[in-house]
Write a protein that binds this ligand. Structure first.
Ligand SMILES: *Cc1c(COP(=O)(O)O)cnc(C)c1O
Length: 372
């Protein structure tokens, strides 16, 4: 065992795939401190800067004063404060579904929901690029997993035609906004396919919620940790599906309820997001502005990838940006497919035009060797 660990670690280092944790402090939604240096972050998923919002911070403080810090037990024992109900009602309303259920995190939602819905006699048809936690949920379920090429409605239909009838139930999985590519899935077409082939469509809206309008699906899963700026996961769906998940999701039943302060802050955050629905989203506009000045394809979300291919290139590019005062993470396999290592830029509504002009200028002047 020990020699395997040592060999694997060496291998990771040799292949530029070794991961390290760096102490990072965030202050205002744009700036962070790392290695004693202040950087402008283009790596947070706090797209609306709500993690630093005064009203939302106050909601958490008030809840701590009132209820204490931890929730004491699973939601089924003592953890189910009224704050859950308020939060779930807001989520269902914003997603235009009958009901919603909140999990400990987005990861816990995906690994709880998918195995609750499908099992050995069933099939999962999934986009090639779905997030690791949807994949983990799919593997845990024991269902047959088949993948279609990224965002291809035709390939998805081909698989449905070929395999649907050999299985009892069928779940189609995709993301709304893909976390490492920033592009948007053809959700309404996939929903029509699901209806046509007697399947269920489940979308992961971790990166769309708060940025783009919600898209109808049989289950809309998401997280409260990104644009919402807090913590927790959720699923919005019909009354029956939610009731079923409440009874069958092991990651809901066998895990402690979220701290009341987290629920209160998420609720306050949703209220702010809801009040701004329909207004132009500055995080999206910022991403589009960045693409425009660098001559990149128009951003569809607040995420913009710059694919460099080689892991070493991505690491060097990220280090160069860091030296210039910008935090942009290098994303490597297995998070993304082989030979597609990249820089992943995320934009916040709190970035100024000047912040974006500066990073774009740096890229233009220094990245010609990466043939950008
Ligand atoms: C972040 C993320 C999750 C996990 O959500 P957490 O609340 O952070 O556990 C799930 N799916 C996608 C696509 C994500 O990007």
């Amino acid at each position: 065992m020990l020699s395997k660990i040592n060999l694997d670690l060496l291998d990771l280092k040799k292949n530029n795939l070794f991961r390290q944790l760096y102490e990072t402090e965030r202050f205002d939604g744009v700036h962070i401190n790392r290695n004693g240096k202040r950087l402008i972050s283009f790596s947070c998923n706090d797209y609306l800067g709500l993690s630093q919002n005064e009203q939302i911070k106050t909601a958490a403080i008030v809840a701590i004063e009132k209820y204490g810090v931890g929730s004491g037990a699973s939601r089924f024992v003592t953890g189910n404060t009224t704050l859950y109900q308020e939060l779930e009602e807001k989520l269902a309303k914003m997603k235009a579904t009958d009901d919603a259920i909140v999990f400990g995190s987005g990861y816990l939602a995906n690994i709880g929901v998918i195995p609750a819905l499908v099992g050995k006699e069933d099939v999962i048809i999934a986009d090639k690029l779905i997030h690791a936690c949807m994949l983990d949920g799919a593997k845990l379920s024991g269902a047959k997993l088949i993948r279609f090429s990224h965002n291809s409605v035709d390939k998805c239909e081909e698989l449905l035609k070929k395999h649907r009838n050999s299985f009892k139930n069928c779940l189609i999985l995709t993301e709304h906004v893909f976390s490492m590519d920033g592009d948007v899935a053809p959700i309404s077409e996939l929903y029509s396919l699901a209806e046509k082939y007697n399947a269920c469509l489940m979308t992961d809206d971790a990166h769309g919620f708060g940025i783009l309008a919600s898209q109808k699906a049989h289950l809309q899963m998401g997280t409260l940790s990104k644009a919402v700026g807090c913590y927790g996961g959720y699923v919005c769906a019909s009354k029956d599906i939610i009731e079923y998940l409440r009874n069958k999701s092991r990651s809901l039943i066998y895990s402690t309820a979220l701290p009341p302060s987290v629920l209160a802050s998420a609720s306050q955050s949703l209220q702010i997001i809801d009040q701004n629905i329909g207004k132009p989203c500055k995080a999206l506009q910022n991403a589009q502005y960045f693409c425009e000045i660098l001559g990149l394809a128009k951003a569809q979300s607040s995420i913009v990838p710059l694919i460099l291919g080689d892991e070493q290139k991505a690491i060097v590019a990220s280090q160069m940006l860091e030296e210039a005062g910008f935090l942009v993470s290098a994303i490597r396999p297995p998070t993304v497919p082989k030979n597609t290592a990249r820089l992943r830029f995320t934009f916040s509504s709190l970035h100024s035009r000047e912040n974006i002009d500066n990073i774009a200028k740096f890229i233009r002047l220094n990245f010609s060797k990466f043939s950008i």
